[in-house]
Every structure is written in C-alpha cells, then in structure tokens.
Design a protein around this ligand. Sequence first.
Ligand SMILES: NC(=O)c1ccc[n+]([C@@H]2O[C@H](COP(=O)([O-])OP(=O)(O)OC[C@H]3O[C@@H](n4cnc5c(N)ncnc54)[C@H](OP(=O)(O)O)[C@@H]3O)[C@@H](O)[C@H]2O)c1
Length: 333
Amino acid sequence: MQSSNQISTEILRPLKKKIPNKSQRASGFSSRSTAEEVTHGVDGTGLTAIVTGASSGIGVETARVLALRGVHVVMAVRNTGAGAKVKEDIVKQVPGAKVDVMELELSSMESVRKFASEYKSAGLPLNLLINNAGIMACPFMLSKDNIELQFATNHLGHFLLTKLLLDTMKNTSRESKREGRIVNVSSEAHRYSYPEGVRFDKINDESSYSSIRAYGQSKLCNVLHANELAKQLKEDGVNITANSLHPGAIMTNLWGYFNSYLAGAVGAVAKYMVKSVPQGAATTCYVALNPQVAGVTGEYFSDSNIAKPIELVKDTELAKKLWDFSTKLTDSQ
Ligand SMILES: NC(=O)c1ccc[n+]([C@@H]2O[C@H](COP(=O)([O-])OP(=O)(O)OC[C@H]3O[C@@H](n4cnc5c(N)ncnc54)[C@H](OP(=O)(O)O)[C@@H]3O)[C@@H](O)[C@H]2O)c1
C-alpha cells in the first residue's frame, strides 16, 4: 500500500514543473492561454463534435468554446440531468449555440454500443471526437463488464466508442473534404503507470492494485491508443488525425478521491501551478480546432504545444498489443 506522502509526491511531480513563458513556445500559446484564446478567429461552423464527460470540469468549457466557434456539440454524458443544465448555461451564454445531450456510460460496453447506435441512427456527421471523460485514483472497483474501473472508463470505453464511430468519421471527412480529429485527453500521470507499463495479465489483480498507478496506466493507454490509431489512419490514407494531450493540473471534481492531506498539499502549490478551467480546456480546443495542428497526428500535446511523452509510448509493439488486447476485451462482451 502506498502512503499519502508517496502518493502526493508522485501526483504533484508534474505540477512542480516550471511554467515556461509564452515566448518560449512554438505555437505562440502557453500554459496560461485559455480555450477562447487558442481558438480565436477559428470558424468551426459546419463541424460536429462529440465531447465525452461534458457535464463537469474541463469538458464543460471544451463544449462551450467549441459551440462558441460554431461547432455543433454533442455532449456525451452519464448524467443527462447535469448535461441538460450545462447545455442550458451554454445556450444562454452563446446565442445560437447548437448543443445536444446524449447518454453515455463509458464503463458499460452496452451503454457505449447504445450511444454509438443512436448517434448513427440520428444520421449526424462526426468531425471531432473528444475523448475527455475520466476518473482518477478510485479504490479498486470493477465495471459492469467486470474490468478494473479506471482502465474500463478511461481507456476501454473510449477505445470502443472510437472504434464504433470511426466509419462515421471516415464518411464525414470524405464527404465534407475536411480533416477529422480524434483527441484523447490523457495526463502527465501516464508517466506513473506500473513499472511494466500496461499489466495485460493483471488488469483485475486487486492484491497489487495501486489507485495512482492504475490511473497512470489508463492515461498511458490513452496515449498508446492515439498513437496506434494515428499509425493505422495514416497507413489507410484516411483524412483523420489522432493525438493525445495533458490538459494541465486543474482543481476539478476529478480530485475527489484524494484525502484531505493531499488536498492541503495541492492547495499549497495551487496558486502557482494550477490552471483555471478555461486554461485547462485550452490544449483540447487547440488540438481539436486550431489550423496550426492540421495534418499533425500521433503527437502528445501539453500547454497547446507538442510535448514529449514517456519513451515507452514509442514502443509500437506495445501499442499494437494494447490494441489487440482491447479489441479482444470489447469483442468478448
Ligand atoms: N483536472 C486535472 O488536473 C487533470 C489533469 C490531467 C488530466 N486530466 C484529464 O482530464 C479529463 C477531464 O477531467 P476533469 O478534470 O474535467 O474531471 P471532472 O470534472 O471530474 O470531469 C470528468 C467527466 O468525466 C465524466 N465521467 C466519469 N466517469 C464516467 C463514465 N463512467 N461514463 C461517462 N462519463 C464519465 C464525469 O461525469 P460525472 O459528472 O457524471 O461524474 C465528468 O463529466 C480526464 O480524462 C482527466 O483524466 C485532468
């Protein structure tokens, strides 16, 4: 078992990185840029996006700013009541915003399949898929499909969702002649997975479960998934990119499983290191909409710039192994 001290040291390490100033960054944006700033002047009219987890935190701001830029946003949320309230707020703030709410419980493959089937039946196009929803560092739990909950929610649900919607995205990009973009919201925590990276043979091993490492594992999977997807799409000559990103450290509901000790520790560095929600949604909106990112695929972003993930993600065999493992798990249900 890890102590609170060990856990807080690990999770705060990314927060303690020095924030570079704006002039050092190639895109012209920095950790302080907001989602509105990184999409300023971008016209998203005619695009349709799905944003998972748009009922709370950075997903809400992502949905709002995409709608502000003219994108038709489908909020994919497990709590449709909360989603309806967010939609109401967005429509109040952005007159003419096109926003819909659909139910999606990522930890249930049945729910993911139902969502994809209803989306396709609605005949909607799909240009942007923002795999944003997530949970962090929960105690050991199994999903409805009997898979460790962080892996099931953060990775496997999004893996299946992407797979089921890929044909719709391909058709849309072909017919509209516009680039499709898949954006996986990962985390710097991808660096703190289990020592072996992905524990294919111990996904459900409760006895050696670490809530932090299991979160890191799921976020490592987000990067590997985007990279393998990028490779396959490139090989198939499809006009869709796939990238992953770290949004920054933002004090959202995500932190709810941490104890008060950690909350105190975070609080101590928060005023220097933590982003606001508008800043936290910036990298997602940048990767989803900014023309600077056209044609860029298989990259990892942070602070609205290309960043360096852990070396392990260059392991194409590992990415393929995760792909096959995830395919097997999702096909078996
Ligand atoms: N905040 C940070 O410091 C930070 C740092 C690095 C990476 N991230 C990543 O950023 C993403 C967004 O996090 P956030 O900070 O905005 O957290 P948040 O405020 O807790 O929002 C998470 C969203 O995911 C949804 N969600 C959770 N489990 C779900 C499930 N089984 N099915 C469908 N939706 C589910 C939540 O729905 P409910 O509202 O119903 O719970 C909520 O809408 C996550 O992927 C997270 O890993 C965040």
